[in-house]
Design a protein around this ligand. Structure first.
Ligand code: HEM
Length: 296
């Protein structure tokens, strides 16, 4: 990459078992945009931060307010997906999302409190989710999540805007899913495996792959025939009465995620994803995580 914009390093730090997500609404007008930018810049730089990693992501309106034209093409509010038959991916767009991750829940709690204190009273907290790594990086359904995720060498090329406005930053999609454990557990394991398209104990892709499995719906090629990739950092969250997956993905182009979502809902060339039999999204938003320099 021929630019010297550093991405927010927390995007790529893997291995932390504890995670927190705080969403805010930040009222316009941004007369104190400069002050807010410096607060947010402080959250992501090591000298002001704690022993946690913090990634700051801006909703489309706030991104334009703080960064002017330095935002990537295609950054618009998430407007949701209507898959018919009562199947919906709702939009719950807000202005600011901070992802904190660290080695333990106390570290993440301190990070989340620090973040809420720093962002200040002008902003309103509208969502707080505590996430965690479940066993050996499994979704709460028991399936390994992340097997086909790009590795450390490949992830920046997949996640970062490579040139033009917003260079060095990353476009982000979040979606909180609520699992129906009764629906999952009422299926024999072989049937659960057909829903995902991978074996449960060791995450081996099924051959043949059922066309309505999650993996079959999510593997899609671009016009040049290359497989479209995104960088997923989702984690489980919740308590036994309501739990699921906080889906979190980084990309250089939100159109890639939009295509995956439309395939999931059966709106392009093929059936809906059977994952929808098990889990329902209750939030959805687009964000932009600017480079460190753009925030500073
Ligand atoms: C309840 C929500 C979800 C669950 C439990 C879930 C779980 C999984 C699992 C178990 C795998 C297979 C292992 C792996 O390669 O990581 C997988 C793969 C994948 N998922 Fe999801 N997922 C969810 C939502 C989504 C959404 C919303 C998207 C995109 C919009 C997505 C995109 C992908 C992609 C791109 C792959 C890799 C496919 C491949 O290359 O083989 N997932 N997911």
């Amino acid at each position: 990459m021929e630019h010297n914009r550093a991405p927010q390093s927390g995007i790529f730090v893997e291995g932390d078992r504890h995670h927190g997500f705080v969403e805010f609404d930040v009222p316009p007008p941004g007369s104190d945009a400069e002050a807010l930018r410096s607060v947010l810049g402080g959250l992501v730089t090591a000298e002001d931060g704690g022993p946690w990693n913090a990634v700051v992501s801006l909703g489309p309106r706030l991104a334009r307010e703080l960064l002017g034209d330095d935002v990537p093409a295609g950054l618009e509010d998430f407007t949701g997906i209507d898959g018919g038959e009562g199947r919906r991916a709702p939009a719950t767009q807000h202005d600011l999302m901070v992802w904190i991750h660290g080695s333990d829940s106390d570290v993440v709690f301190d990070g989340m409190r620090n973040c809420v204190g720093a962002v200040g009273g002008g902003a309103r907290v509208v969502g707080e989710t505590a996430g965690f790594v479940y066993h050996d990086s499994r979704d709460l359904s028991g399936f390994v999540d992340g097997t086909e995720n790009p590795g450390p060498a490949e992830a920046p090329g997949v996640a970062l805007v490579g040139d033009g406005p917003g260079v060095g930053g990353s476009l982000v999609f979040t979606q909180r899913w609520v699992h129906d454990f009764g629906a999952i557990e009422s299926m024999p394991v072989a049937e659960q495996e057909r829903v995902i398209g991978r074996t449960k104990p060791d995450s081996v892709e099924l051959d043949p792959l059922p066309p309505d499995s999650h993996v079959a719906r999510m593997v899609v090629a671009d016009e040049a025939g290359d497989e479209i990739e995104i960088y997923r950092r989702s984690v489980p969250y919740g308590s036994p009465s309501e739990a699921g997956l906080y889906f979190l993905a980084f990309t250089d182009d939100l159109g890639k995620i939009d295509l995956m979502l439309r395939r999931m809902y059966g709106l392009v060339d093929g059936p809906a994803d059977r994952l929808l039999e098990w889990s329902t999204p209750v939030s959805g938003a687009h964000w932009f995580a600017p480079s460190v320099e753009a925030l500073a």
